[in-house]
Design a protein around this ligand. Structure first.
Ligand code: ADP
Ligand code: ADP
Length: 228
């Protein structure tokens, strides 16, 4: 795990006509869980995609630990992302889905990879699903697999892009508790995007409120919502 630092991070589209992220500066401490809230279009996904290396910033820097990763390829970054639509490989089994990211990002032996996948699957309660393909799974099971696939890599930074939005209310509560348990056990440095204020409140060590690509407020849940 490591600290994540964003310095005047910026993203423009359409030759500058759209400013999706407007000079955003933020430090996520080592092991800190920050939730990011704001209306649709305020730049939440764009911010995550830049940290993941899926999109190049128009300006500013991204630092993980002491390393400037701004211009680094996505595969080189020790960052794992969990998406709303799970983004599992449909033709691979659960085990292959979990092992794939591991192969791309570490130099473990095949045996070590298998052991780590099995241990993580046990922790996530999906060990009985390892031979299944994603389309045989329920939404909740898919999201467990997607979480497991991220966790198995033991990344420096975790990014969550509305991971619970596609789940029904009951499952959302279960998975929220699950993510909090992982957070307590592993102390993962995380940026967690949601449009659900209650979710942001209960899950975040600190909350970031974005508006029109700008950081409007950052603070502990209690402070942010007592002084809106
Ligand atoms: P959020 O995740 O908060 O809904 P996004 O980061 O998806 O917001 O989008 C921020 C702004 O950038 C929006 O105005 C959106 O329309 C615009 N945007 C995002 N991606 C692109 C793109 N590829 N081309 C042009 N505009 C984009
Ligand atoms: P979300 O709000 O869940 O982040 P969006 O529906 O805003 O998702 O965006 C989905 C995809 O469409 C993203 O890859 C984003 O880059 C792209 N996109 C969003 N807004 C625009 C836009 N105005 N022009 C072109 N692409 C866009």
């Amino acid at each position: 795990m490591a600290r994540l630092t964003l310095e005047t991070l910026r993203k423009e589209y359409d030759r500058g006509h759209v400013v999706a992220v407007d000079d955003l500066s933020l430090e996520v401490e080592d092991g800190e869980f920050i939730t990011v809230v704001g209306p649709s279009g305020c730049g939440k996904s764009t911010t995550l995609r830049m940290v993941a290396g899926l999109e190049s910033p128009s300006g500013g820097t991204i630092t993980i630990g002491d390393e400037d990763v701004t211009d680094q390829n996505a595969r080189k970054r020790d960052v794992a992302m969990v998406f709303q639509n799970y983004a599992l490989y449909p033709h691979k089994t659960v085990e292959q889905n979990m092992a794939f990211g591991l192969r791309m990002s570490t130099d473990l032996s095949k045996d070590e990879r298998e052991t780590r996948v099995r241990e993580t699957a046990r922790m996530m309660g999906i060990e009985d699903l390892l031979e299944d393909k994603p389309d045989e799974l329920s939404g909740g099971q898919k999201q467990r697999v997607a979480l497991g696939r991220a966790i198995v890599r033991e990344p420096d930074v975790f990014l969550f892009d509305e991971p619970l939005s596609n789940l029904d209310a009951k499952l959302r509560t279960t998975m929220r508790t699950e993510i909090q348990r992982l957070q307590n056990e592993l102390g993962i440095t995380s940026l967690y995007v949601t449009h659900d204020q209650e979710e942001a409140m209960t899950m975040g060590d600190r909350i970031v409120i974005l508006k029109d690509g700008e950081l409007q407020q950052v603070g502990r849940p209690k402070d942010v919502y007592e002084n809106p």
